[in-house]
Write a new protein. Structure first.
Length: 319
């Protein structure tokens, strides 16, 4: 087959010959380059009017990562199963210590009616937990009201830091039970004494972490505030608070764990209604299964408190 290129005049050109460039039309002052540019623009406009043949691919869906979920869930379950297995192995020969199955049966009976009332000192485990949380909330709240501003002042002013730091270092290691008789002496009642013990033991992590956060604020921030002639209140609220918030929330999380730890020991000595007193009362009745259930309840409530504060800390995290 012979291939040929047809000229506009209808003549057949030999192979290898060149087509001469078309001269501009009469009355058209534009040169060849201008005409070519205009033609390209028109072609582009026509192309834009045509419906696009290519369709954008939909965004890829995030696949469910089963391996990551298993990596999160299975190790804690394996650890819990190991604990129960060792417990069952150690109690299979019987004795005073109950087996996991017997403890589970007692837990089912206990939580079937956790809010019963049969007298001032005979109430369900639900009421005891709520009374303990109330004391923790009061003592922890007072500690936050005093400890966080005190931490700001200690971190902001060097003279106050040198005055208070030795006292904090001296009083922080004191055992919670050592503070309880002071509360009983001052308040003449068990409930305020327990709240006082929670207050004095949970205040130190908030004071220390807040002061450290203030001291680590970059000096450039404070120099800018000094140039702008900001008041001390604006420095604290506009500059220090956003920078110190992660440290402060860490102190709050440590403090609430300390408060929940202290209340159990304090209620064992003060009596009344509370999870600590409930544990001690079950020991007097030699009901070891109920004591084990209370240990799991105390740990679960403490874990919920920590998870809640960690979620709050992530919510207010500054980049």
């Amino acid at each position: 087959m012979v291939s040929a290129v047809f000229h506009s005049s209808g003549e057949l050109l030999p192979t290898g010959s060149t087509v001469p460039a078309e001269s501009p039309r009469r009355g058209d002052s534009r040169g060849p380059d201008t005409q070519r540019t205009a033609g390209t623009t028109a072609d582009a406009a026509n192309e834009s009017k045509r419906p696009s043949a290519r369709r954008e691919a939909p965004p890829a869906r995030k696949s469910f990562d089963l391996a990551a979920l298993a990596g999160r869930v299975l190790p804690p379950l394996a650890g819990l199963a190991l604990l129960v297995g060792v417990w069952a192995l150690l109690t299979q020969k019987g004795g005073a210590f109950p087996t996991p199955a017997a403890t589970f049966d007692e837990a089912v009976k206990l939580f079937s009616d956790p809010f019963y009332r049969k007298g001032p000192n005979d109430q369900g485990i639900g009421w005891n937990v709520l009374f303990s949380l109330e004391r923790v909330g009061l003592g922890f709240g007072l500690a936050a009201l005093v400890g966080i501003p005190l931490g700001f002042l200690i971190g902001r002013f060097a003279l106050l830091n040198r005055m208070v730091s030795p006292l904090v270092s001296l009083l922080k290691p004191v055992s919670p039970l050592a503070w309880l008789p002071i509360g009983l002496l001052v308040f003449k009642a068990a409930n305020p004494a327990a709240i006082w013990t929670i207050f004095i033991c949970s205040i130190w992590p908030m004071v220390i972490n807040t002061a450290v956060g203030v001291q680590r604020v970059p000096q450039d921030y404070l120099n800018v505030a000094r140039v702008l002639n900001l008041s001390e209140w604006k420095i604290a609220t506009r500059i220090l608070l956003p920078a110190v918030l992660p440290y402060m929330l860490t102190g709050v999380r440590l403090s609430v764990g300390t408060a929940w730890l202290v209340i159990v020991a304090a209620e064992m000595l003060t009596g009344g209604v509370g999870i600590g007193f409930w544990v001690w009362d079950e020991w007097n009745n030699l009901n070891v299964a109920h004591i084990l259930i209370a240990i799991f309840v105390i740990g679960f409530v403490g874990l919920l408190l920590e998870w809640t504060l960690m979620a709050v800390a992530r919510r207010f995290e500054y980049a």
